[in-house]
Design a protein around this ligand. Structure first.
Ligand SMILES: Cc1cc2nc3c(=O)[nH]c(=O)nc-3n(C[C@H](O)[C@H](O)[C@H](O)COP(=O)(O)O)c2cc1C
Length: 210
């Protein structure tokens, strides 16, 4: 127990304790947008050493569960900034989980123009929650090599977006420190452990490809 609650330090990451919150899809992202309710939810859990967010889609085709967030539109990025700001304000750390639902999806959950895709035209067993209740998974369209390259590119783009969020957060924190709005000494020990130029931000991608 003592060890669980002790700080963790590495070259890349410092955590206040060793408790990591597992990714949990909550299906609260109406319109696939991270919102105030999600910011509150994650802020309330910021005392974990590290939060891993719910699975977050890198593209419209990856949104096959009901009301899951994405990170490919500006509105979604702005929504995630609210979430990370709220967690950072409570001195928490948060990683995003990039998740494409692939064939474990239902078309009723997808936005217009998106489709259920998978490695083969074989439907997944089981059912998926939809706005019309539980439905069997649909038949995916078999991905072409072009689709696979496109999906890879979507993951890369989302990871880069997260880096942008990270940089934006760093600028905000720098401005806040400059304005003295962060209490004196906050993060000082953390800063002291890092050399300039080291990656010490908390919003970095965790990838999960189905
Ligand atoms: C409601 C619910 C939502 C979940 N959402 C995700 C998810 O978005 N991404 C993921 O990788 N795992 C997800 N999981 C799996 C959990 O992160 C965890 O791995 C699983 O519950 C097993 O952990 P446990 O043995 O401690 O229960 C979810 C689990 C539950 C119960």
């Amino acid at each position: 127990m003592k060890k669980l609650l002790s700080a963790f330090q590495s070259d890349q990451l410092d955590l206040n304790n060793r408790i990591v919150m597992a990714p949990l899809t909550r299906s609260r992202a109406t319109g696939n947008l991270p919102n105030d309710m999600m910011a509150k939810y994650y802020a309330l859990r910021a005392s974990a050493g590290l939060i891993i967010t719910e699975g977050t889609a890198p593209s419209p085709n990856g949104l096959g569960y009901p009301n899951i967030p994405g990170i490919f539109s500006q509105q979604q990025i702005d929504g995630w900034k609210k979430v990370t700001d709220a967690v950072h304000a409570n001195e928490g750390k948060i990683f995003i989980q990039l998740m494409h639902t692939g064939r474990v999806a239902h078309e009723l959950n997808l936005p217009e123009g998106a489709e259920v895709i998978g490695p083969s035209a074989i439907a997944a067993g089981g059912e998926m929650f939809t706005p019309e209740g539980l439905k069997p998974h649909g038949m995916p369209r078999e991905m072409s090599l072009g689709d696979i390259a496109q999906t890879q590119a979507e993951f890369i783009q989302s990871a880069k977006t997260e880096s942008k969020v990270k940089r934006a957060n760093r600028r905000v924190r720098w401005r806040q420190r400059k304005q003295g709005s962060i209490r004196a000494g906050s993060g000082g020990a953390d800063r002291a452990r890092h050399r300039p130029g080291e990656n010490r931000d908390s919003f970095v991608p965790v990838r999960r490809v189905q």
